[in-house]
Design a protein around this ligand. Structure first.
Ligand code: GLU
Ligand code: MG
Length: 466
C-alpha cells in the first residue's frame, strides 16, 4: 500500500469530518463484519491493519465457532483495508469504510482470505488473456421487524412495508422516500444506479448497479448490502437481502451478470467484449459457449458458494424465475444461465451471461472467484455446453429434461456442499484452508436449521443477519 494512497484517504477523512473508519470483510457465513479505526491513528492502521483472530473465519452465521485446524484460538491476522475502496457512509454520519483483506501480520497474503481468493482468480484469468466485468443484481425486502405471534421460539418476523404488485406504480409510491434515499446513498459512494423497481414480493425492491471489474463488483456488492440495511435502519425500517426472508413471498435473488473482455498489451482490461459474436444466432462467441460449459460442469458445486445458506434453497424452486435446473437458454428466466439479449446500439459490448442461482447470502468474493474458475475451466477444456434450452424446463417431461441435460440443481445446502467437496478443480482453487473452513461452517449451519421444522425460524435467522 503506497504512502500516497494512505495519505489521500487520511486527508479525505479529515476534510469530511470522519471519526471512525470501518474496515469491512465478508466471512464464510456470508456475514459482513469488521472493525473500525479512529482517525488519529488511521495512517498506521491502514499500513499495518487492525489485529484480528484467525478464528473469525471459522465462525458461522449463528456466531457458533467451528473447530477448524489453522483457525483456532491461537493465531493472528490483520484486517488490511484497500485505500482504493474508501467511502464516506451517507447512512452513518461521521463514519467511513474500506473493504479489506485478511493478511498475515507481516502483510503477506493469508490463505483464508476470501478477497485474496478473488484476486487470485482474476490473475489466473488474466494469464489466459481475459478480464471479467460483472454486476450483482440484488433484490431485497423492506419491512418492519416486529414481535412474532410465535415468540419466544421465533422472536421477530419481517412485516413488509407494502403489498404492492410486481413493477406496479403503487409500489413506486409506497417505497418512494426510501428508494430516493437509497439511490442517493449509493451514488454518493460511486455506485452507479442503473434501474429501480418494486419487485414481485410484498415490500420487495430491486435497484441495480452498473457493472465493474471483478474485484470492484464484489466490493460494490458489500457496500450495497451495507447501504440497503443502513438506509433502512435510519428510517426505522428493516431491510433484508436474505434469499427468502418471508416463507410465502417471492425470494430475493442476486443474479450475477458477467462478460469477458480482452486485455490490452500492458495487461490492463481492453475494450472488446469477447463473449460477443454477431454471426452467432444467440450473439455469443465460442469463448462464451465454453464459459457456459464450464459453469454447467461445476454448477452443483458452484451453487454451494453462490447460494450459500440453508435459506437459499427455499428460493431455488421451479417457476419462480430463480432457476431450478442446470441448463442455459437465450433470455430464459427459468434456466440457470441466461444469455442476455444485447442492447440495440451496443450489440457487441452488451452481451453478457446471467447466473440466476446466486443470492446475497453468498460471500461475493468466494462466489465470483469460483464463478471465474468454473468458466475458465470451460475455456481451457473447450467444454461444450450442449444445446440451449429455450422453454421452461419445468414443463418438459422427465425424459425430455434428462435428454436436454437439464438436471435439478441441489435441493439443499448439504447437497450442494457434497458437490463442492467432490469438485477437485474448485477445492484445489480454494485451497485446503478455505475449503475445510467453508465446509465446516456451512455444515454446521445446515445441521442447526435441520433441528427446526418451522420455516419462520430459519427465515428469522436469515432476515436479521443478511
Ligand atoms: N425474484 C426472482 C429470484 O428469486 C427473480 C425475479 C426476476 O427475474 O427479477 O431470482
Ligand atoms: Mg428482479
Amino acid at each position: 500500500m503506497s504512502e500516497a494512497a494512505i495519505e489521500a484517504v487520511a486527508e479525505r477523512a479529515g476534510q469530511e469530518g470522519i471519526g471512525l473508519v470501518r474496515f469491512l470483510y465478508a466471512d464464510h457465513g456470508g456475514i459482513i463484519r469488521g472493525k473500525a479505526s479512529g482517525t488519529e491513528r488511521l495512517r498506521e492502521r491502514m499500513a499495518g491493519g487492525i489485529g484480528h483472530t484467525v478464528a473469525m473465519m471459522a465462525m458461522s452465521m449463528l456466531d457458533q465457532l467451528q473447530p477448524v485446524a489453522g483457525m483456532g484460538p491461537v493465531g493472528e491476522v490483520r484486517i488490511v483495508p484497500d485505500p482504493q475502496t474508501f467511502v464516506t457512509l451517507p447512512y452513518a454520519p461521521g463514519a467511513g469504510a474500506m473493504l479489506a483483506d485478511l493478511a498475515w501480520p507481516d502483510g503477506s497474503p493469508w490463505d483464508g482470505c476470501p478477497r485474496t481468493f478473488l484476486k487470485q482468480a482474476v490473475a489466473e484469468l488474466a494469464g489466459e488473456g481475459y478480464a471479467l466485468r460483472a454486476a450483482f443484481e440484488p433484490e431485497f425486502t423492506v419491512g418492519r421487524r416486529e414481535a412474532s405471534p410465535a415468540a419466544p421460539t421465533i422472536p421477530d418476523r419481517l412485516v413488509p412495508v407494502d403489498d404492492s404488485l410486481c413493477y406496479s406504480a403503487t409500489g413506486f409510491h409506497l417505497a418512494h422516500d426510501f428508494a430516493m434515499d437509497l439511490a442517493a446513498a449509493l451514488q454518493a459512494q460511486g455506485l452507479s444506479v442503473e434501474h429501480y423497481y418494486p419487485e414481485l414480493g410484498h415490500g420487495q425492491q430491486e435497484m441495480s448497479i452498473r457493472h465493474a471489474g471483478a474485484l470492484r463488483a464484489a466490493d460494490n456488492h458489500v457496500l450495497y448490502r451495507e447501504t440497503v440495511r443502513g438506509v433502512a435502519f435510519r428510517r426505522g425500517l428493516w431491510a433484508s437481502l436474505a434469499p427468502k426472508p418471508i416463507p410465502d413471498q417471492a425470494g430475493n435473488g442476486c443474479h450475477l451478470h458477467a462478460s469477458l473482455t480482452d486485455l490490452a498489451p500492458d495487461g490492463a482490461p481492453g475494450g472488446r467484449n469477447v463473449f460477443a459474436d454477431p454471426a452467432d444466432d444467440n450473439g455469443l462467441s465460442a469463448v462464451g459457449y465454453y464459459f457456459i460449459g464450464g459453469l454447467l460442469a461445476h454448477l452443483p458445486a458452484l451453487v454451494a458458494l453462490t447460494c450459500a445458506s440453508v435459506n437459499s434453497y427455499r428460493r431455488l424452486v421451479p417457476q419462480t424465475w430463480s432457476s431450478a435446473y442446470a441448463c442455459y437458454g437465450m433470455d430464459n428466466r427459468e434456466a440457470a444461465i441466461r444469455i442476455c439479449s444485447p442492447w440495440r446500439g451496443d450489440p457487441g459490448g452488451s452481451v453478457n451471461l446471467e447466473l440466476k442461482p446466486s443470492d446475497s447470502s453468498a460471500n461475493p468474493y468466494l462466489a465470483l472467484g469460483a464463478f471465474i474458475y468454473a468458466g475458465l475451466d470451460g475455456i481451457r477444456g473447450k467444454i461444450d455446453p450442449g444445446e440451449a434450452v429455450n422453454v421452461d424446463p419445468a414443463t418438459l417431461s422427465d425424459a425430455d429434461r434428462a435428454a436436454a441435460g437439464a438436471h435439478r440443481l441441489p435441493a439443499s445446502l448439504n447437497e450442494a456442499l457434497d458437490a463442492l467437496a467432490a469438485d477437485q478443480m474448485l477445492t484445489d482453487a480454494l485451497g485446503p484452508l478455505r475449503t475445510t473452513a467453508y465446509l465446516a461452517v456451512k455444515r454446521s449451519e445446515a445441521a442447526h436449521f435441520a433441528l427446526s421444522t418451522d420455516p419462520y425460524y430459519e427465515c428469522f435467522h436469515h432476515f436479521t443477519k443478511i
